[in-house]
Write a protein that binds this ligand. Structure first.
Ligand SMILES: [Zn+2]
Length: 227
């Protein structure tokens, strides 16, 4: 089809002439005509969120078998089933770890955030096995969040050209860093130093990022939630 204004040949789907930029506005039915043309770029469909691969099927079947085995073995040996929680949590962790960080092409900081969230879940599920459940809020989670914050901060410092992608993930982990101290406040825990340090580091990072890159964070939020 030809542009009614400049007569250039148009080969792909468009609403304006690629040469003279005049919109077709359905002059002589040109808009309808242009809509029927093939796309300039092949349409890249979204990958379905819950597609199952062979890996999923094999893994889930194996995991189910191992989970039942863990429950049965522990029940027979100790008449309890709490240790099996840890096995089940580990099985979940390995699955999501492979599925959403190894098999996924995300940004480095997204992978760190995903790992942090998954390890948090594992720790919360697995705390029943510990002799002192508070241990996860006193030691495990504070160390995890501090390590994650430091890793992303160092990464940003090394590759600081376009930090937008990393800042939101860093902020999420910094906010998560408040969790241990909040939980411990409602318990009789005697060791709150590590969780306090983590919360301070989180607050420091939130403050620094907001002061230094408020505009970039706003841009990134708009980009993420603007459809
Ligand atoms: Zn034209």
């Amino acid at each position: 089809m030809k542009c009614p204004h400049c007569n250039v040949e148009i080969a792909c789907r468009t609403k304006v002439c690629p040469l003279c930029h005049v919109p077709f506005n359905n002059v002589e039915g040109k808009l309808d005509e242009a809509r029927k043309l093939p796309r300039a770029f092949p349409h890249k469909g979204r990958a379905p969120m819950f597609s199952t691969t062979i890996f999923d099927k094999v893994y889930l079947a194996t995991a189910l078998y191992l989970a039942i085995l863990a429950i049965v073995v522990e029940f027979v040996l100790t008449a309890k089933v709490q240790g099996a929680f840890l096995v089940i949590a580990a099985l979940f962790y390995i699955y999501f770890s492979i599925r959403f960080t190894i098999q996924n092409y995300g940004y480095f900081s997204q992978k760190v955030l995903a790992q942090t969230l998954m390890l948090t879940l594992v720790a919360i599920i697995g705390r029943k096995v510990l002799p002192r459940p508070l241990f996860i809020y006193e030691y495990l989670l504070p160390c995890l969040y501090m390590a994650a914050m430091l890793v992303i901060s160092i990464y940003i410092l090394i590759r600081h050209k376009h930090p937008q992608k990393y800042l939101l993930n860093l902020l999420s982990i910094a906010l998560l860093g408040m969790l241990p101290i909040i939980v411990l406040r409602f318990t009789d825990s005697e060791f709150q130093l590590l969780s306090l340090l983590t919360a301070s580091l989180g607050a420091f990072i939130i403050l620094i990022t907001l002061i230094s890159s408020y505009g970039k964070i706003k841009q990134e939020l708009i980009r993420l939630f603007h459809t």
